[in-house]
Design a protein around this ligand. Structure first.
Ligand code: ARG
Length: 460
């Protein structure tokens, strides 16, 4: 039989299955570093406030540091009967330093403790994720600059629409991720607030200095209400929302990479290091990394819904339900971090097949809008121009040629407003270069936009 830290009011031992069912140490031990950091800040504050003696605090701190080393050396014995990371470490502390360890939990509860641990842990993860996001964003800017002149068909309805530059497409991806980055940093502000010192729910009778522990732990401020401080999990919800949106963006990028690397598109080569083969079909090179990122988006969306459903209708303040916040949050963090890392490595090394892209743009009548705009400049109303070009395209389809490959006289059958200068707008280069305004696909604009993107990223 094991003594529980809360055993005083109980007559019977915990049912063995219930012990395992209610335990969280199997997953929340991941919070050990933050749990120890929080305990050290709390112990020192108690000493500064005269609640415990200074030498008692230093004994506690020394014991906690020794425990941290044992955990990191893989020599710590995690006990399911001690339920969670908090009680495992506290029990080990008393074994380590003797009875003085029993003073650590003065003026504290596991409720403010776990909320503090989780916020500290998530803050570290958010910073790491922001770093990977920035690395991917920088990679996109580099590809955008390198491929500012590379032309491919832009699509709507996945049908060739108008030519765009590959650099422009990369900067569209950048914008999606930039908003994710902003959302992440915005969520970090509300995340970085200290619940420590409110104890179980109502506050504590000891003269705690919550601002001191907040400062020691790098928080920007303290939670204003004790009931809210222990029961709020908005920070986890916000992170999972940001993660789900970001994964959604990654899944869209993934889908395009899967399409582009197919034999039918053949726009890019993803690099052997990022693909795998087939056990039966010798010719295969499968785009596993983008496919997996696309697939993993589902689980992050699921974690967001798990947390929303977990929090729905919970009465104040702490409920054991909240123990269920960790596994979805941990997996959302791991999945997003891994997906970003994979793309940050893969995307800049993707080989662009410019000739194939160009040929696809040429085949798709991607300059049809340019011809219509040309006719408008010659005085034709846009609707009439649209009709004229539609007939010219139909003629092109039946004779197997692009608009730019027809004779002038042939084009003039459709409108006498067409002159010899028409061929300037029917080139792919002319088409993209003409879209020369903020947000347009002209190579010169793409270069400017890439430079601006780099500055916006640095300024975040
Ligand atoms: N393991 C618990 C959790 O993850 C720690 C807080 C327990 N508090 C309590 N009153 N039972 O939420």
């Amino acid at each position: 039989e094991t003594a529980k830290p809360w055993g005083g009011r109980f007559d019977e031992p915990t049912d063995a299955f219930v012990e395992a069912f209610t335990a969280s140490v199997g997953f929340d031990r991941r919070l050990y570093r933050e749990d120890i950091a929080g305990s050290i800040a709390h112990a020192r504050m108690l000493a500064d406030q005269g609640v415990i003696a200074a030498d008692e605090a230093e004994t506690i701190v020394g014991g906690l540091e020794a425990i941290r080393e044992r955990i990191e050396a893989g020599e710590f014995e995690w006990r399911v009967d001690l339920e969670d990371v908090h009680m495992n470490i506290e029990a080990a502390l008393t074994q380590e330093v003797g009875d003085v360890g029993k003073k650590l939990h003065t003026g504290r509860s596991r409720n403010d403790q776990v909320a503090t641990d989780l916020r500290l842990w998530l803050r570290g993860q958010v910073d790491a994720i922001a770093g990977e996001l920035a690395r991917l964003q920088r990679g996109l800017i580099e590809v955008a600059e390198r491929e500012a002149e590379t032309i491919l068909p832009g699509f709507t309805h996945l049908q060739s629409a108008q030519p765009v530059t590959f650099g422009h497409h990369m900067l569209a991806w950048f914008e999606m991720l930039h908003r994710d980055h902003q959302r992440l940093l915005d969520a970090r502000e509300r995340l970085n607030v200290s619940p420590l010192g409110v104890a179980a729910l109502a506050g504590t009778t000891y003269p705690v200095d919550r601002e001191a522990t907040a400062r020691a732990l790098g928080f920007d401020g303290v939670a204003a209400n004790s009931l809210d401080a222990v029961s709020d999990r908005d920070f986890a919800l916000e992170f999972c929302s940001v993660a789900a949106i970001c994964m959604t963006h990654l899944s869209r990028m993934a889908e395009e990479m899967v399409l582009w690397s197919s034999a039918q598109f053949d726009f890019v080569d993803l690099g052997d290091a990022f693909c795998t083969g087939s056990s039966i079909m010798p010719q295969k090179k499968n785009p596993d990394v983008p496919e997996l990122v696309r697939g993993k988006t589902g689980r992050v969306n699921g974690h967001l819904f798990a947390l929303l459903t977990l929090m729905k209708s919970q009465p104040l303040a702490y409920n054991k339900d909240n123990q269920e916040d960790k596994e979805p949050l941990f997996d959302a963090v791991d999945t997003l971090a891994g997906s970003l890392r994979a793309f940050a490595d893969l995307v800049p090394r993707m080989t662009v097949k410019a000739e194939n892209m160009r040929e696809a743009a040429r085949r798709g009548y991607a300059t049809a809008t340019d011809l219509a705009d040309y006719l408008v400049r010659k005085g034709v109303a846009f609707r009439d121009a649209h009709e004229v070009v539609g007939r010219a395209v139909r003629h092109g389809i039946s004779t197997g040629r692009d608009l730019g490959e027809m004779e002038l006289t042939e084009l003039q059958q459709f409108s006498d407003a067409i002159g010899a200068d028409v061929f300037e707008v029917l080139t792919l280069e002319g088409s993209v270069a003409a879209r020369d305004h903020i947000g347009g696909t002209a190579p010169a604009r793409v270069r400017t936009a890439a430079g601006e993107a780099r500055q916006r990223l640095e300024r975040l």
